[in-house]
Design a protein around this ligand. Structure first.
Ligand code: OOG
Ligand code: MG
Length: 262
């Protein structure tokens, strides 16, 4: 187990890399024994640093919940990260690629909770606790060199590569549509970049929330009421270039668009 001093140092290193838009080597190069729980300890310390800089937690995101993502990053199990208010980009807004290191964008299904969820929960309990479902895009930005070849503890420590998220504005009730059969299409400058059905996400995006509650419980945490939750990308992520116009269309959940600029 990494010591508390190490956890703080690693969190500060990652936070500085993020703020200075600098790639760093994976933490496991210098700390080969870093475990996944250590990664979550570094992530939590990193979020405390961001809160100390005035940011507020608004939700959580799941990662590696689809086969497409697990293959793209060559990593096998679901992980979570924390979303803050400063990561929010309104639908139709702009993502400045130079404000990041190597931002990538991906299509997601998002939920808002109105009740706390804790520990082992059923699909019905999740549906009862969710006040809305909507389409969203996530902009990832790994702080590690080349955005690849990192291990699970590295990406967990790096807050699951969180950078920005773009929630759609068409909100629906979670029981109003079959959440496993929503066709999702992400276009870049009119060209289809990724397409999948929503069951690409954990077989059912609601299952991502069940998994999230289980992962949180391992750390003695709950999914608070009022959280925004990204259930994970349905397709591989796309590397954004200035001038790209990205549009996600999801059956029953409308469209979400964003433009990349320098
Ligand atoms: C980790 C984050 C994965 C997703 O939706 O699967 C993720 C990464 O790809 O760097 O957000
Ligand atoms: Mg994602």
């Amino acid at each position: 187990m990494t010591s508390t001093a190490d956890v703080m140092t690693l969190a500060q290193t990652l936070d500085a890399a993020r703020r200075e838009r600098r790639e760093i080597p994976p933490l496991t190069h210098a700390h080969p024994n870093l475990s996944v729980p250590d990664g979550y300890a570094v992530q939590a310390e990193g979020i405390r640093l961001r809160e100390a800089q005035g940011e507020r937690r608004v939700g959580l995101k799941m990662g590696f919940t689809s086969e497409a993502k697990r293959q793209q990053m060559n990593l096998g199990s679901p992980i979570f990260g924390v979303l803050t208010d400063r990561m929010l980009v309104p639908a139709g807004g702009v993502v400045h690629v130079n404000a990041g290191i190597h931002p990538r964008i991906e299509p997601e299904i998002a939920f808002r909770t109105s009740k706390e969820l804790k520990g082992t929960v059923t699909r019905d309990e999740v549906l009862d606790a969710c006040s809305a479902v909507f389409a969203a895009m996530e902009v990832l930005d790994s702080r590690f060199v080349g955005f690849k070849y990192f291990s699970l503890p590295d990406v967990v420590a790096d807050n699951a590569s969180s950078s920005l998220f773009v929630p759609g504005t068409t909100e629906r009730g979670v029981r109003d549509l079959d959440l496993t059969k929503l066709q999702m299409r992400m276009e870049v400058n009119g060209r289809v970049e990724g397409e999948a059905r929503s069951d690409a996400i954990s077989g059912d995006p609601v299952v991502s929330l069940i998994q999230l509650c289980a992962l949180l419980a391992e750390r003695g945490e709950v999914l608070p009421a009022g959280s925004l939750v990204l259930s994970g990308a349905a397709t591989a992520a796309y590397l954004m270039k200035p001038g790209d116009h990205v549009k996600l269309t999801v059956d029953g959940l409308g469209t979400v668009e964003v433009t990349a600029r320098e």
